[in-house]
Design a protein around this ligand. Structure first.
Ligand code: MN
Length: 279
């Protein structure tokens, strides 16, 4: 099943149509999260609305406000090599991005500072489906609601990752969540990332240093994962600068294609930002 956010309403994508679901009496802001929480689509419990053409749908981020976004910092050897860094998730641990950095199709990625390099990172996003604490490796995928395309937008430099990766619009997700039962093995998916017509990233998620299950096992040993939490699983080689006017596109096999434009940020950098990457 493909679960989308259609104007704030949960909706299932079926071929070329999109079908609103959920109880219209629910608080609109809570519908998507409660849909994930109950994972009960298809049970007949939810009201189906009238189908509409998918190509007219205004899709938003399938999780508009996750409780948290957790990121795997260096999780492909090809990216470790291009960044010339010593550590991976082992040694670095994981980082948190602000939930307010979420955007979706029809959103935009603002580049905050022209003098600091801002990169795209195409990644597989994992949406948690049930509370997970200290889960065992063999059970870890049972806690996944589904998978989505994700861009971990990043300002390069020496500041903490959470600072460099948390601007509004810095975590595009979508176009929808493909639920876990459709993805037999999340570590066997082709992932590609373009900026405009340039194919920058092309890898299999089988090249992750730590698998989706290992990431969930590790992260849940520190924090309690909640339904709707999102894991950014790391990016393969091919990150590079983005500029206003660019279009970022991420395509993941069996999931779909997420596309989002890059725009100019409107603010001057706070003086605590170094004016150049390395100061
Ligand atoms: Mn990343």
């Amino acid at each position: 099943m493909k679960l989308a956010n259609h104007g704030g309403v949960p909706a299932i994508v079926e071929g070329e149509t999109i079908v609103p679901v959920g109880d219209p009496r629910d608080d609109p802001a809570a519908r998507l999260t409660s849909t994930i929480n109950h994972s009960n689509l298809g049970s007949g419990a939810l009201v189906r609305g009238a189908p509409e053409p998918l190509d007219l749908a205004q899709l938003g981020p399938p999780v508009p406000m996750p409780g948290k976004i957790l990121g795997a910092p260096v999780n492909y050897l090809s990216h470790k090599k291009e960044m010339n860094v010593e550590h991976t998730v082992s040694g670095l641990g994981f980082f948190l991005k602000s939930p307010s950095s979420i955007t979706g199709m029809n959103g935009a990625v603002p580049v905050p500072f022209p003098r600091r390099r801002t990169d795209q990172e195409a990644e597989l996003g994992v949406v948690i489906g049930r509370r997970a604490s200290d889960v065992m490796l063999d059970d870890a995928l049972d806690y996944v609601f589904g998978y989505t395309c994700l861009v971990d937008v990043t300002v390069r430099g020496s500041e903490e990752r959470s600072t460099r990766k948390s601007f509004p619009g810095f975590t595009p997700i979508g176009p929808w969540i493909t639920t876990a039962e459709e993805i037999r093995d999340p570590n066997d998916l082709r992932l590609r990332g373009w900026v405009n017509d340039e194919l920058r990233q092309d890898a299999s998620t089988s090249a992750m240093i730590y698998s989706v299950a290992q990431l969930i096992e590790f992260m849940s040993s520190v924090v309690t994962l909640e339904p709707g939490d999102i894991i950014a699983t790391g990016t393969p080689a091919g990150v590079g600068p983005i500029e206003p006017g660019d279009v970022i596109r991420v395509e993941i096999e069996r999931i779909g294609t997420l596309q989002v434009p890059v725009v100019a940020g409107s603010r001057e950098p706070h003086p605590l930002w170094l004016t150049r990457e390395e100061g």
